[in-house]
Design a protein around this ligand. Sequence first.
Ligand SMILES: Nc1nc2c(ncn2[C@@H]2O[C@H](COP(=O)(O)OP(=O)(O)OP(=O)(O)O)[C@@H](O)[C@H]2O)c(=O)[nH]1
Ligand SMILES: [Mg+2]
Length: 351
Amino acid sequence: MKAPRKRPVDDSAPELPELLETEVASGERAERTPKRRRPIEVVTEGPFKAGTVAIIGRPNVGKSTLVNALLGENLTIVTSRPQTTRDAILGVRTLGKRQLAVLDTPGLHKSGSKLGTHMNAAVSEAVERADLVLFVTEAPVKGSSVRTADREILERLGPNAKVVLGLNKVDEVQPKERLLPMLQALANVRPFLDIVPFSARDEDNVDRLFTVLAELLPEGEPLFDEETLTDRPMRFFAAEYVREQLLRKIRDEIPHGVGVVVDVWEPRERFDHIEMTVLVARESHKPIVLGAGGEMLTRIGSEARARLEKLTGRQAVLKIFVRVEPGWFDRADRLRDLGYASATTPERPLV
Ligand SMILES: Nc1nc2c(ncn2[C@@H]2O[C@H](COP(=O)(O)OP(=O)(O)OP(=O)(O)O)[C@@H](O)[C@H]2O)c(=O)[nH]1
Ligand SMILES: [Mg+2]
């Protein structure tokens, strides 16, 4: 069997990534042209390639947005707040002779609770499990030096880890030449198999990123059947979509965030009947979640329901309760109830 194609990058001179080449070469006129979302090129000849890519990076750099763009499905939750994702979440896309299984992971951060420890441990597990790591960071609005937190993550990845560098949010930087010093600085921290600048939000260059990652995967049989989107049960996403709305609407008022537990999931003939509990840490948080006359919780429920129905293709009826449970984020049993698999795993180095 042929080895997967690798494109080594010289530390001192990173390859000029494709997005930059086109934009630099075509000048100002091209920048005024609206971006086109290119479809992913489907490989139909030759051996099948399949494998897992762990997508890691600081909180809020756009990992989950990217996962949804790579999957072509709105699966994982996205908010403008750091520490949105709390567990490694698998998403699978099979196109022709390529199967890309991506692991969305929590943003690596300094943890202050069992939940935080679990989140960082989930990243280590994802890296261990994966064939390839995609390290994502965001384009700097100003300056070009490598952020300390980025450097720390890159240094925690062992020298033998197979890592691709993804630079997100390039839509925020004009002209694109301004990205080059940062790419150069990052490439000086460690070698990357490839470097891809992209905008997950605008789905710009995500097609190329898919191709680059898929080509680096090992040859072999598919890991999942062609229709698989994720290995998580729908009830996990039901809870996630409620949490997403809570984070979007009232994160400022609830500093420790919330936990959402699915208590009942009953498939009935024409709809799924779902009962959930929102855990808050303080009595004073309960009226914030409920809103005046329960209006906030009703809005949260109806937006989460709409998102869930799109995913399951079935109607849903959601009943949401709120319970005060001080310190829920520090209780291993509660974290397991919330579906966070490695709730008791201690933090380990990223291998
Ligand atoms: N301008 C711009 N914003 C983006 C892009 N991709 C993501 N964002 C925004 O960045 C914020 C964070 O996105 P997420 O996808 O939740 O980031 P994350 O890395 O998964 O965050 P955590 O789960 O907290 O680690 C959201 O407000 C996104 O809309 C992009 O390409 N351009
Ligand atoms: Mg995320």
